[in-house]
Design a protein around this ligand. Sequence first.
Ligand SMILES: Nc1ncnc2c1ncn2[C@@H]1O[C@H](COP(=O)(O)OP(=O)(O)O)[C@@H](O)[C@H]1O
Ligand SMILES: [Mg+2]
Length: 316
Amino acid sequence: MARSEARKRKQAIPPQRGRTATAWARGPQRSEEAQAGHTATARARGPQRSEEALAGLARRSGGGLGAAPHLNKAPPFKKVVLTTMSYVNFTNVTRDYKQGDIVIRAIDEISFELEEGRFSVIVGPSGAGKSTVLNILGGMDHATGGTIMVGDRDITRLTRRQRTIYRRDDIGFVFQFYNLIQNLTALENVELASHIRSQAGDPKSILAEVGLSHRLNNFPAQLSGGEQQRVAIARALAKNPKLLLCDEPTGALDHETGKGILKTLQEASQKGVTVVVITHNSAITPMADRIVKIKSGKVESVIDNPSPAPVSEIEW
Ligand SMILES: Nc1ncnc2c1ncn2[C@@H]1O[C@H](COP(=O)(O)OP(=O)(O)O)[C@@H](O)[C@H]1O
Ligand SMILES: [Mg+2]
C-alpha cells in the first residue's frame, strides 16, 4: 500500500522538485504527512524509534502477527521509497576569503538539503561557518565553489542584479541585534519593509500576529529586547518571504524571552514559511524538523526529527 502511494506521489510532483530517498516505515503521523506531500527523508533512529516503527507496523497489521501470518517471516522493517520536497540544496559549497596572501576557508565543500515549510536549525560552535552559510543562502555573500539550488534556481549563477531581486523578494532576515531603524516606530519599521515588495502583507496584522498590536507607535528604544526582536520578525515576515533566515535570533535575549521568540518562529513555519535558524545553542535543536550540525566549516551530520518538541519543553 505504501509503495503505491509513494508511486502516486512521485508522479504528482514535477521531477525538478522531486528527489527520491529511502525511508523506513514509521508511525502513523508521518505516514499521513507523506500523503499530504511533505515527508522528509526521516529514518527510524536508535532503539526508541525502532520500537515505535515496529509498534506502528504491528498496529497496521491488525494488532498482532497472528492476524497477518506473512509478517512472521517478514523482516521487522518495511522499506518504502518516498519523494522529498527539498527546497534548499547545498552541494559542495565552499567560501574562501582572501586576506593578503592568506586564504581563509570559512566553509569547505558543504552539502545539505532543507525542506519547504519546515523549521531547520543549523547548529555549531562559534567560527564553524554558520553565518557564512546563511549569508550566502540569503544572497548577502557569494560562494566561491559549489552550487546552491533554491526551488528550481541555482543562486550561485545569479547576476548581481538578479541577486538583489532575490534578496529583496525571496528572503526575510532576522539578526541577533534586531537591526531596527531607531528613528522609526515599530509600525514604520515594518511598513518600510512592506514597501519594497509588491506582494507584502499588512504591517498592522503582522505586528498583531507577533503580539505587538499595543506597541505600534513605540520607537525601538522604548521596547524591550524581546519586543524589538518581534518587530524584526514582523518586518521580515511582512515581505512574505520564501525563506526566513535567522542568525542567532535569541543570542541577545534571556531564556524566557528567547523561548517566546522561538515560539513565534515555530508558528511561522507551521503557517508554511520555510524557517532556518542558526545557533551555537544545541538546546534549541529538539524543536527543529531538521538539524544540520556544522563544525570547522564542514557538515558533521544532518538529522531529521520526526516529532519536534514544543518550545515549552526546551530548556537551556
Ligand atoms: N569576511 C570574512 N573575512 C575573513 N574571514 C572571515 C570572514 N567572514 C568569516 N570569516 C571566517 O570564517 C570562519 C567562519 O565564520 P562564521 O561563518 O562567521 O562562523 P559562525 O557564524 O559559525 O561563528 C571564521 O573563522 C571567520 O573568522
Ligand atoms: Mg555567526
